[in-house]
Design a protein around this ligand. Structure first.
Ligand code: 5GP
Ligand code: ZN
Length: 113
């Protein structure tokens, strides 16, 4: 198994798990870009946003709702936060197992760099 997030989920590589259930996990990002930087990661290996199929609709819904719950738990829900899916090279995707970034705890600019 060569996928970094599959290996973390399998326990082969250490990770800090903020939440887990039978469909997804929430990891602390190893290189946080804000006071809150978590990654909502499905257990199912899906390489990019382009590889989602209709059968994943429920899973994606769970990822987005989990992002909101993490933000609420970490106290940034009302001030605001960002939930980001980077897809492929120009967007800066570096790990090819989809993950929803949950970033908050500081003001953020728009448009993103
Ligand atoms: P991407 O650039 O693919 O959207 O995001 C990948 C994210 O994974 C980055 O924010 C990066 O800091 C994080 N990351 C890379 N390697 C590891 C790791 O080994 N453990 C954890 N928890 N996060 C990682
Ligand atoms: Zn994977």
């Amino acid at each position: 198994m060569s996928c970094l997030f599959c290996r973390i989920i399998a326990g082969e590589i250490p990770g800090t798990f903020l939440y887990q259930d039978n469909r997804l996990v929430v990891l602390q990002d190893i290189n946080p870009q804000a006071p809150l930087h978590a990654l909502v990661v499905p257990r199912k290996h899906i390489a990019t946003l382009n590889d989602l199929s209709a059968e994943d609709d429920g899973l994606v819904g769970e990822m987005v709702r989990r992002a909101a719950l993490v933000a609420r738990e970490k106290g940034v829900a009302e001030e605001g936060y960002r939930a980001v899916l980077n897809c492929n090279r120009e967007a800066g995707q570096t790990v090819f197992h989809i993950h929803l970034h949950v970033i908050g705890g500081r003001p953020m600019a728009w448009p993103p760099g």
